[in-house]
Design a protein around this ligand. Structure first.
Ligand SMILES: NC(=O)c1ccc[n+]([C@@H]2O[C@H](COP(=O)([O-])OP(=O)(O)OC[C@H]3O[C@@H](n4cnc5c(N)ncnc54)[C@H](OP(=O)(O)O)[C@@H]3O)[C@@H](O)[C@H]2O)c1
Length: 262
């Protein structure tokens, strides 16, 4: 295959959960630029519609969908709608996520459950609903967004959310297990583990976010001496979404400027 076709997604269908904001928006735009028809879904359809407009302005095709990943009915209905509209789904980016900070000893059970429901069960429900179609068509690329803080313990002064770190570790294991189970069906399952990016849940303008509290301090610890930018994720998502990664599955690609290497 010619090198310039390796990353070409023309005519393929991609779903990006949580694509109406932050990192999801960035990845949705990258997939659209590579030629995919992108379905952008989350609970707030209106923010997804804004990204659809952006993609259409750039000449791409996209669809906004209201979908709650924690609700099995909403997931199945949403996925069926995509299949009936586009016929197939080649790419799924499980990006949506939620975080709530509180000391571990006081973490409210409902917040723990909310993080596990959205970040782990939601990812699993989407993999299950879309995976069935991918297995039938013997082709699929699933990309689960975990986090660099899902590998190990985190100082409470940095991110005080035992539910979040636990959920992101689980997303990595889910990724590996599905990769092993579905590799024989032509479905690749990989994960991107972002470090600290200056967007979404780390928006520096929102009081209390990690970057708002300690952005300069963290940037000084990062070997490349800066926080993550939008463009830092585009190449990774295109690699995992395209035939370029056909022989790569069950992997966690850490994009953290080298922080985890220390
Ligand atoms: N920003 C970072 O530095 C960073 C670092 C490491 C990992 N991450 C991960 O990257 C992903 C995106 O985060 P972000 O920073 O871009 O934050 P964000 O802007 O807050 O994005 C989260 C998205 O998830 C959607 N969402 C939440 N609950 C949902 C549900 N039940 N069903 C469907 N959609 C739901 C939200 O949309 P609605 O509210 O409309 O549902 C929102 O669009 C997350 O998995 C996060 O853990 C981010």
């Amino acid at each position: 295959m010619a090198l310039n076709q390796l990353f070409d997604l023309t005519g393929q269908t991609a779903i990006v959960t949580g694509g109406g904001s932050g990192l999801g928006r960035v990845m949705a735009l990258a997939l659209a630029e590579a030629g995919a028809n992108v379905v952008i879904c989350s609970r707030r359809k209106e923010i997804c519609e804004e990204v659809v407009k952006e993609i259409e302005t750039l000449g791409g095709q996209a669809l906004a969908l209201a979908l709650d990943v924690t609700d099995p009915e909403s997931v199945v209905q949403g996925v069926e709608k995509v299949v009936s509209q586009f016929g197939k789904i080649e790419i799924l980016v499980n990006n949506c996520g939620t975080v709530f900070e509180a000391p571990a000893a006081e973490m409210p059970l409902e917040q723990w459950q909310s993080m596990l429901n959205t970040n782990v069960t939601g990812t699993f429900l989407m993999c299950q609903a879309v995976g069935k179609h991918m297995i039938n068509s013997e082709y699929g690329k699933i990309i689960n967004i975990s986090s660099s803080i899902g590998f190990k313990g985190t100082d409470p002064e940095a991110v005080d959310s035992v539910g979040y770190t636990t959920s992101k570790g689980a997303v990595m294991t889910l990724t590996k297990d599905l990769a092993v189970k579905w590799g024989r069906h032509g479905v690749n399952v990989n994960s991107i583990a972002p470090g600290v990016f200056t967007t979404g849940m780390n928006n520096p303008e929102i009081p209390g976010t990690l970057v708002n509290k300690a952005g300069d301090f963290i940037a000084a610890q990062v070997p490349v001496r800066r926080l993550g930018r939008d463009s830092d994720l585009a190449g990774a998502v295109l690699y995992f979404a395209s035939t370029a990664s056909d022989y790569c599955t069950g992997q966690i690609l850490v994009i953290d400027g080298g922080l985890g290497a220390k």
